[in-house]
Design a protein. Sequence first.
Length: 309
Amino acid sequence: MKENINYLICIVGATGVGKSALAIELAKYFKTAVVSSDSRQIYREMDIGTNKILPSEMANIPHYLLDIVNPNEDYDVAQFEKDALNLLEKLYKETNVVILAGGTGFYIDAIIKGMNSLPIVSKEIRKLVQDDLNIKGIEYLLSELKEKDFICWEQIDRKNPRRITRAIEVLRSSALPFSSFKNKDSINRDFEVILIGLELETSLLNTKINERVIKMLKMGLINEVKALLSKGYDANLNAMQTIGYKETIAFLNNELTENELITQIQNHTRQYAKRQRTWFKKDTSIKWFHPAEANLIIQHIESQIKTLR
């Protein structure tokens, strides 16, 4: 029997499916903390549009890797892997179970599978890629990505210019696909991973997403974006290209009506949820549940822990 095993319970699934609520239930049961694996909720002052959990909703459960950088600061998956592993090392000194919850597949893979070291990108290449984005547009870069790294093109968030330019920078710097830097082999982590996927019928999830967008606007999404812009955060920043923020900026620039604003955020969020489902469904090690099946999920986790001992 193995002794002193650490466990990382990963809750994955599409946006709006109920990951945060389940994470709190599991954290209460296992008397532990929740670590976020959401690439948008890392930003300070971006709460409503990222659907960040409120302090009043945390039920006194410690939450980590939220609000760790300002919207104008660079932060990538390699930095997230480093920060998350350092954090887990500290948490495992207090408990042998930690909950990881979020919908950014690339971040989750980095923690579980690791990443090979990315090449150093020169300032010249970075400038050329940025110039291509500004002059030729995002579709030009996506076309290059599709031709030279189809795997990355298939999975990447096409509404996220920073992620696209990063993939092109790596591709041009190394002449190797960005996707090739994902660690294909198992690596030794000092924890065992238990993957839990949450899923809802598509029509129900879409309804929840649509309702959540309306709620965000009622909570003050437009004022949140105005506040960010008033503090000097450029509309072209990677953070400001997040779904909900980009459309709201267009609305504030009189490029969209209020109804068009709502429709676009809803459409883009549903499209993002579809890409998330596609990403996670490829991982056969994920055990899928309905969000309301918390008791079954706990039974499954307990069973897995017994098996792994």
